[in-house]
Design a protein. Structure first.
Length: 180
């Protein structure tokens, strides 16, 4: 087997032990050599997003069952669309629109550290032009850190207020805010 342009990555626990090892090649192929395979798709195409942290991508050169795969963003939880909490709904609209606008920016979109989640979606770090989408959502007060465990109680009204205040600091008027 001829493997060119490949990189081997070692993942460590907090104690310094190797937890995962895998080799990724320039075409996105993974050669598992450790306990848990973390996939990498260097260039995917945005199709749609349900909310701020659930996105459907077209993934080229993979099995037909996963060419259009729903993907959950690793490391962040954004507000839910279906809720009775009006602040959460309003912030969810901002998060959904922000995610859509970021993904439509024409920068290269890649999926890093891809695994499966309990709902048969991918769980991945989404990078746009080399920048983390989850960090952008957090920076703009559109979500909270989330590691897959129990969700924290979040004051969505406070988060909505923080987000709207950050828009005012950026000098966006009401019409521009509505576009986000």
């Amino acid at each position: 087997m001829n493997i060119t342009n490949c990189t081997t990555k070692y993942y460590y626990t907090n104690q310094g032990a190797v937890s995962n090892i895998h080799t990724t090649c320039s075409n996105g192929t993974i050669y598992p050599t450790g306990k848990k395979v973390l996939y990498h798709f260097p260039q995917v195409t945005y199709i749609k997003n349900y909310d701020g942290d659930t996105i459907t991508f077209y993934i080229p050169d993979v099995h037909p069952l996963i060419t259009e795969m729903s993907t959950r963003i690793r490391g962040v939880d954004t507000p839910e669309r279906r809720t009775k909490d009006q602040c959460e709904k309003d912030l969810s609209d901002y998060a959904r629109n922000f995610t859509r606008d970021m993904l439509n920016s024409n920068d290269t979109i890649s999926l890093e550290k891809v695994t499966g989640d309990k709902y048969f979606r991918f769980l991945a770090s989404v990078e746009i032009g080399g920048k983390s989408l989850s960090e952008a959502l957090l920076k703009n007060h559109l979500g909270v850190r989330y590691d897959g465990g129990k969700k924290a109680d979040t004051d969505w009204c406070e988060m909505l207020s923080q987000h709207e205040n950050s828009l005012e600091i950026q000098g966006l008027d009401t019409e521009q805010k509505d576009e986000l």
